[in-house]
Design a protein around this ligand. Structure first.
Ligand code: HEC
Ligand code: HEC
Length: 172
């Protein structure tokens, strides 16, 4: 029967160590941008809070996001306006989602939790595709069933919102 001696075990450990170091040194490609961070860093000084800006100045017609100028194609505009090329789609999608989302989070949650993006960065992570509490590791889907006595529609609304913002913060 084969019996790994001490030397064999040590060698195996050493090899595993080297493999981890080697894996760690491979660049994993550019990480996704935190779109809320991007906005706060590059856009907020002129436009203020992103959702307020979106709700006040933008609208959606025929599935297209429009600003004050009816014929301006906002994808093209953003690409020439402070937004890095690789983030144009994500910024466009965020603004579109914000136009479509009523400000309930602000009214019902932010007094205790602050802004949604910051709340998510601090308190939640996405683990194998599931939005999860950093502190308790409980799936947020589960937690929200008994938080604040929300009715099923509100629970659905907030879960959709939190998952969307988590996606904007952490990327896909
Ligand atoms: C230095 C100030 C400044 C910064 C920084 C800035 N913007 Fe703007 N933005 C403007 C001004 C001024 C306009 C209006 C221009 C116009 O209508 O021709 C505008 C227009 C827009 C519009 C179109 C609004 C409409 O009604 O058509 C969008 C969308 C927009 N900005 C997004 C962004 C994003 C996203 C960023 C950051 C990546 C950003 N802006 C950074 C000043 C700024
Ligand atoms: C009166 C204060 C208060 C309000 C308002 C409030 N929460 Fe909470 N929330 C808490 C507290 C305190 C916790 C910590 C866990 C607990 O005690 O239930 C928490 C935890 C959470 C968590 C889990 C975070 C973690 O670290 O695991 C989520 C998600 C959450 N709240 C979402 C919401 C949403 C969405 C709303 C708006 C409908 C909301 N909360 C409104 C006080 C509040």
């Amino acid at each position: 029967m084969y019996h790994a001696g001490r030397y064999g075990l040590r060698l195996a450990r050493l090899l595993r160590c080297l493999a981890l170091i080697w894996l760690g040194s491979i660049p994993l490609g550019a990480a996704a941008t935190d779109i809320h961070w991007l906005w706060d860093d590059r856009c907020a000084e002129c436009h203020g809070h992103s959702a307020d800006f979106a709700r006040s100045f933008l609208r959606i017609t025929d599935n297209r996001l429009l600003g004050r100028h009816q014929f301006r194609e906002l994808h093209l505009f953003l690409g020439n306006h402070y937004t890095p090329e690789r983030d144009v789609d994500a910024v466009y999608d965020m603004l579109q989602a914000q136009v479509l989302t009523v400000p309930r989070y602000r009214e019902e949650c932010s007094a205790c939790h602050g802004g949604a993006a910051e709340f998510i960065r601090n308190a939640m992570l996405v683990q194998s595709g599931t939005l999860t509490s950093r502190a308790t590791r409980q799936p947020i889907d589960e937690f929200m069933q008994s938080h604040r006595r929300l009715d099923p529609q509100s629970i659905e609304f907030y879960l959709r919102l939190l998952k969307r913002v988590a996606n904007e913060v952490y990327g896909e």
